[in-house]
Design a protein around this ligand. Structure first.
Ligand code: KIV
Length: 275
């Protein structure tokens, strides 16, 4: 018996074809609730390793496992129908060898249901990207500021502010393009570098702190929804202030529970509802 399913999701080749035609809009998500709210509006959702910080309170993105990414990816896949779903490869899950990368990326596609994976690294990771792509795993690369390199960078430092690092970002972007990546995230780079790289490569550039000239943009959802405290990175635009709304609601709830205002009879069973 053969089973045919209709593919409704935005595919990787479609994402790639948007370059030069329309901008790509993406955000991170790690839960079904959030992903279901985004499905209608975005081109792709990234289950970023930023989940380690946002959902688990880790100080950086390093303490995150393939199993965790797969579980969060599966939650996002279950809640969505049309958006492309991309899973981030955690620190140390792809650095040892192309074979290690393949095993873990395949797990994220097979068990998590991701459509593609993202990994950090330019020229150094090019052979790994090529290995994955040739074996059926679409790769979104990530160059410029690479948060998994926080310890070697000594913090989160914008890249490409001088000629030497601008040259490295360009070289990295060209290397991942040549290796077969279908797109490249450009994080925390000088706006001129964002523009130059976008013009120089044939694959979409997805900017996060890399200027409006990129082919698309991505942000960490909690940052743009104002759910991440008061420290707002320069490249983030806050579209609302959910922190304040949530705090007000929780305060009111606690108050109403303590004063007996909630629940009232309309929240009780065995009570006739008004027609
Ligand atoms: O982990 C993450 O959230 C990312 C960004 C590109 C949004 O890698």
């Amino acid at each position: 018996m053969s089973v045919h399913t209709t593919i409704r999701r935005i595919t990787v080749p479609q994402l790639r074809s948007f370059k030069g035609h329309r901008k790509i809009a993406a955000l991170t998500a790690y839960s079904s609730v959030m992903a279901s709210l985004m499905d209608e509006y975005l081109d792709f959702i990234l289950i970023g390793d930023s989940t380690a910080m946002v959902a688990y309170g880790q100080p950086n993105t390093l303490a995150f496992t393939v199993e965790q990414v797969a579980a969060h990816t599966a939650a996002v896949v279950r809640a969505t129908q049309r958006v492309c779903v991309i899973a981030d490869m955690p620190f140390a899950s792809y650095h040892e060898s192309p074979e290690q990368a393949f095993r873990n990326a395949a797990y994220l596609l097979a068990q998590g249901g991701a459509d593609a994976v993202k990994l950090e690294g330019g020229s150094v990771m090019a052979p790994t990207i090529e290995f994955l792509v040739q074996r059926g795993i679409p790769v979104l690369a990530h160059v410029g500021l690479m948060p998994q390199h926080v310890n070697t960078m000594g913090g989160y430092k914008a890249q490409g502010l001088d000629e030497e690092t601008a040259r490295i970002v360009m070289q990295d972007a060209k290397a991942v393009e040549a290796a077969g990546a279908f797109g490249v995230v450009l994080e925390g780079v000088a706006h001129t570098v964002g523009t130059d790289v976008t013009q120089a490569v044939s694959i979409p550039t997805i900017g996060i702190g890399a200027s409006a000239s990129c082919d698309g943009q991505i942000l960490v959802t909690e940052d743009m929804l104002g759910m991440n405290g008061t420290r707002v990175p320069r490249f983030v635009k806050r579209y609302t202030d959910l922190d304040a709304q949530i705090k007000r609601s929780v305060e009111r709830y606690a108050d109403e529970v303590r004063t007996g205002v909630f629940p009232d009879m309309s929240h009780c069973f065995g009570v006739k509802r008004d027609a």
